[in-house]
Ligand binder design. Sequence first.
Ligand SMILES: Cc1ncc(COP(=O)(O)O)c(C=O)c1O
Length: 404
Amino acid sequence: MQQIKFVDLAAQNAEIHDEVERSFARIHAATAYIGGPAVKQFEDEFGAFLGTRHLIGVNSGTDALRLVLLALGIGPGDEVITTPMTFIATVEAITQVGARPVFVDIDPQTCNLSVAATRHYLEAGHFATPNGPKAIMPVHLYGMPAAMGPMRDLAKEFGLHIVEDACQAHGARAVVDRRWLRAGTIGIAGCFSFYPGKNLGAWGEAGAVATNDDNLAEQITLLRDHGRISHYAHQVYGYNARLDAVQAAVLSAKLNRLEKWNARRREIADSYRELLGGTPLPLWLPSEPPDVESVYHLFVVRSPRRDALRSALLANEIQCGIHYPVPLHLQPACRSLGYRAGDFPESERVADAVLSLPMHPHLTQTELERIASVVTQALISDHSMFAGEHYDHRAACLPPPRGA
Ligand SMILES: Cc1ncc(COP(=O)(O)O)c(C=O)c1O
């Protein structure tokens, strides 16, 4: 049986091979490996794609988040509000600048930071640090933009920065103030990861910051390169957080195909919904809220029978993942923050039910049909074991249907 891959980077590489070879020849001829024309070209191209004034290449998404917080002067005594349903890097960046991450729960429809829960925390005013919150860090999880319009209004009301973690959302869009904007260009800064498996992925570590704020861009440009203002002059202590030319060349080649690849991901999401929707199976499928365009970095279903479903997929040579099985407030690394099980019930329910199906632009219709058939069979046979059981949709981690 042919394995169905979760992500197929080899298929992407085949598409960009010739273009990258030509770029590598130019880089080798110029021996411009750090900075140089390839980095500048990618920064210009990705900045134009996003529609942002500044795009600063850095060494990873984690660097991007950390450098933005540093440049905003966020540090000890400050809080940054974020979601427990994210990759740990979101919170690492906050702790690495000495600030305190404060979790608020998610909206179970989207798995993104709940605006209502954020408001509730801000209005209650029981802050954990002397200075209280300085920023909100929404994560556009799985490629689906968070509710940025209401979040921006809330941030304005409380005088907070919004730093977007757009590490999973290259090219996603949302309507804010009646305009379609790219994820990562709505707050004061947006942070991107180009980890190889992302929608726009490098051949190693890479990341970027997008911002329309001139001063912030200048600070981040200093910080990413040892605080340099010229070759031998260092204005401040900085970091080695630069994007290298080899990664930039790969990223430029992939950026030329990003719209096409994202469109294919959206088609695949529609196919999954067509093949798996409308059944009485205990399976919840993701859908887009109005005025939001996801780029489906991941296609994450939910089921109270998640573990049985995962076993069936793996037994049938279909790779899958769980993003994320443990919300961050329950991770050992976050113990010192003092949270306990039950603090964020929506995140905990979702974490017990999520399963990421294969999602990449080179999946074929035949593969999608095979995946859907295994999912359906697994849930039908598992369902029959529980015949007569009443499915409590809340206990089963499934949000109620829209409009219910
Ligand atoms: C939501 C989120 N934030 C931050 C990061 C960190 O990015 P990087 O691995 O490039 O440091 C990632 C990458 O996996 C991510 O998915």
